[in-house]
Design a protein around this ligand. Structure first.
Ligand SMILES: [Zn+2]
Length: 313
């Protein structure tokens, strides 16, 4: 540049043009050559227990110091990513592999806009391995297997309500560190179990059960906002917490509810007591997780560290 300048007669308009270029860049657009000043390369790290149906995944974006916006696309759904903390150059988002998803290769596309407006696109292939879920026979009151006609409308209304809640995505993260077990008791590793009630096949079990005596405290697995605190036909007294980014935890069959809809709860805060309300065989907590509508094993969440110093998988 110095060589060129020395050969050019520095007329007043040229000096003004060079001054403009120093201050604001070239007046001519070179959009194809615009790059981050440090030539940074973003990368995607995945944290998970296993790459199988019914698992939660934490997607961490690293390697770019100035992210303005980031989102990912998986199976035709868009997911938001957020900075781990204010001003952090590590961004994260949640992904759920529904328990009925078929094994195979699935692309995960991440789009990042840096502070200069440059678009970075990354693609990771998730190889989802097969998983078989057990079959279980259970015996419950007949009205929970073939509900009487007078409750048909109620069941339909409640299933619409749940679908609506799980379709919402708050674009902020309310969680405080790792998820915790919400109740002390005997854990049944029965996520995804195909259920046969009174010899009739019914939907699969989309959560886990923790057996405990009636009245055992149930706490919030992580911080969030209570979006449902009411009695449902199948799940009995139920609390649902919205943790943000499309992640919800569900607590069913409670004997008592200790929070109201709209409340903000901390991780570990009392939200209810173990009970036997709804379709049950005895007192227990039914605990489940929805991640952008995908049904994932809550125990897969407990294994993912959200701490700042967590490494990549
Ligand atoms: Zn259950």
């Amino acid at each position: 540049m110095r060589y060129i300048i020395s050969k050019i007669k520095l007329t007043k308009p040229l000096v003004l043009l060079l001054g403009w270029m120093c201050l604001f860049g070239s007046p001519i657009s070179f959009s194809q050559t615009r790059q981050s000043p440090t030539q940074e390369k973003p990368r995607v790290d995945l944290l998970y227990r296993s790459l199988q149906p019914g698992e939660a995944l934490l997607v961490v974006l690293r390697g770019l110091s100035s992210i303005r916006q980031a989102e990912m696309k998986f199976q035709n759904q868009k997911y938001h990513l957020l900075p781990r903390s204010e001003g952090s150059d590590e961004w994260f988002g949640w992904l759920g592999l529904d328990f009925q998803m078929k094994p195979g290769d699935y692309p995960l596309r991440v789009t990042v806009i840096d502070s200069l407006g440059n678009k970075h696109q990354l693609q990771v292939t998730l190889t989802v391995k097969p998983k078989t879920f057990p079959v279980k026979k259970l015996w419950v009151a007949p009205r929970y297997v073939t509900p009487p006609p007078e409750v048909t409308e109620r069941i339909r209304r409640e299933s619409t309500l749940l679908r609506t809640i799980f379709s919402l995505e708050s674009t902020q993260w309310r969680g405080e560190g790792k998820f915790i077990l919400p109740c002390q008791g005997k854990i049944f590793f029965n996520f995804g179990e195909k259920r046969i009630y009174n010899n009739q096949p019914r939907s699969s079990h989309s959560g886990i059960d923790i057996a405990a005596v009636t009245g055992t405290p149930v706490v919030a697995s992580n911080a969030g906002q209570v979006v449902l605190a009411t009695e449902l036909y199948f799940a009995g007294n139920t609390v649902i917490i919205d943790h943000g980014l499309g992640l919800f935890t569900f607590y069913g069959h409670l004997s008592a509810i200790k929070v109201k809809r709209g409340d903000f709860v901390h991780r570990g805060q009392l939200i209810g007591l173990v009970g036997a309300t709804g379709r049950v065989t005895g007192p227990h907590l039914h605990w489940s997780v929805r991640l952008k509508g995908s049904r994932v094993d809550p125990l897969s969440l407990l294994e993912i560290s959200l701490d700042k110093d967590s490494g990549s998988s």
